[in-house]
Design a protein around this ligand. Structure first.
Ligand code: NAD
Ligand code: UD1
Length: 338
């Protein structure tokens, strides 16, 4: 199977390409490198002995996509490409809607022209907003999103759902990720955020390696076991395997398929700090700070639907997530920059 992977040079895309190659699937990568480094191709090659075909270009460029589809025999598309920083999306809504929403529409149009009608889309648990309870099932209401990034994901879900209802021969899979963390256990591939990380795990990793002085823990007065926010952290390789399970089980079946990709376990911010300290062998300094606006107390997935229908379940532990992140961060303190 040949799969076009948009955003395949990014954090989740690169790990998914490695897992795909190891599962006998051929990735063809499209990425404009706006948040990625070309060194990723060498790392994929070193891990798999395969250098994927790579096209540098933008998913909003329809002529470029037409060219890619004309050169490659593509069976399905995984659409990772997009912008993902919540704070930046508030400051730059037009850029976020253009990249995430318009980019997805242009891609779907190019796919239709090429006769490729199997699409897996990177959605997010953010589409559930502040859930009434946990665990969150796929049947929970969506759309109560609090920022342009979240709304862009919700809008693309709506657009693709409408597309399926108009053209029911499509296979459209919406994968709602919980909190992807971790790195390849080889220590050669991982998350490489530019600037100050917004997300917890890369921030902790940079504190642990000495790039930043301390972690600000955003709120210790939530109604959770230790007062800090609880999330469903999932190892990026489990997430990658979830995409392969989706391609293999529903990717060729016409339908609108919606799955949570999480572990079903909640961990607090302090749980993650302590797990990371265990992994790196020293304390991770932190200070308790006020809540971050827009954050919710608790968010974790019901995993039953994915288990039953995709035959997929996350297996990697928090200890593995933190150990793999530490190996990546300590081997590559400046990410992919030499
Ligand atoms: P990432 O930024 O590492 O990867 C995205 C990739 O897409 C980058 O390589 C970037 O260069 C590329 N890209 C961006 N805009 C493009 C465009 N217009 N044309 C071509 N390439 C473009 O992010 P990631 O963490 O790997 O996330 C992948 C997807 O998963 C995103 O859609 C993101 O919104 C979604 N997601 C991520 C998380 C998370 O916590 N990382 C959670 C939920 C959903
Ligand atoms: C965030 C986004 C979400 C996006 C997801 C993955 C918000 C409100 N939500 O989720 O839309 O899909 O990232 O990219 O930004 N924390 C700290 N200190 C830090 C960073 C985080 O205490 O420096 C805490 C947060 O308050 C939260 C937990 O760590 O309780 C996880 O935060 P983060 O990694 O940013 O993910 P989410 O907020 O769950």
């Amino acid at each position: 199977m040949n799969v076009l992977v948009t955003g395949g040079m990014g954090y989740i895309g690169s790990h998914t390409c490695v897992q795909m190659i190891q599962a006998g699937i051929t990735p063809v990568i499209v990425d404009n490198l706006c948040n990625a480094n070309k060194e990723v191709l060498n790392r994929i090659q070193a891990l798999t002995d395969v250098t994927p075909v790579f096209y540098q270009g933008d998913v909003r460029d329809e002529a470029f996509l037409d060219h890619v589809f004309s050169e490659q025999e593509i069976d399905a598309v995984i659409h990772f490409a997009g912008l993902k920083a919540v704070g930046e999306s508030v400051a730059k809504p037009l850029e976020y809607y253009d990249n995430n929403v318009n980019g997805s529409l242009v891609l779907a149009r190019a796919m239709r022209k090429a006769g490729v009608k199997s699409l897996v889309f990177s959605s997010s648990a953010t589409v559930y907003g502040d859930p009434a309870s946990v665990p969150i099932t796929e049947a929970f209401p969506t759309g109560n999103t609090t920022n342009p990034y979240g709304r862009s994901k919700y809008m693309v879900e709506q657009c693709l759902s409408d597309l399926f209802h108009a053209e029911p021969d499509w296979s459209i899979t919406l994968l709602r990720y919980f909190n992807p963390v971790g790195a390849h256990p080889s220590g050669t591939m991982g998350e490489d955020p530019k600037g100050i990380p917004n997300n917890l795990m890369p921030f902790i990793a940079q504190v642990a390696v000495g790039r930043r002085a301390e972690l600000a823990v955003f709120g210790n007065d939530y109604p959770t076991s230790d007062g800090t926010g609880v999330r469903d952290y999932i190892h990026v390789l489990d997430l990658a395997d979830g995409h392969i399970a989706a391609l293999n089980s529903v990717g060729a079946k016409a339908g609108l398929h919606i799955y949570n990709l999480g572990t079903g376990q909640g961990s607090s911010v302090l749980d993650m700090v302590h797990a990371f300290a265990n992994a790196c062998g020293h304390d991770v300094p932190y200070k308790l700070c006020p809540r971050r606006p827009g954050d919710i107390a608790e968010c974790w997935a019901s995993t039953e639907k994915a288990e039953a229908e995709l035959g997929w379940k996350a297996t990697r532990t928090i200890a593995q997530m933190t150990a793999d992140t530490w190996l990546w961060q300590s081997n590559n303190p400046n990410g992919y920059e030499k």
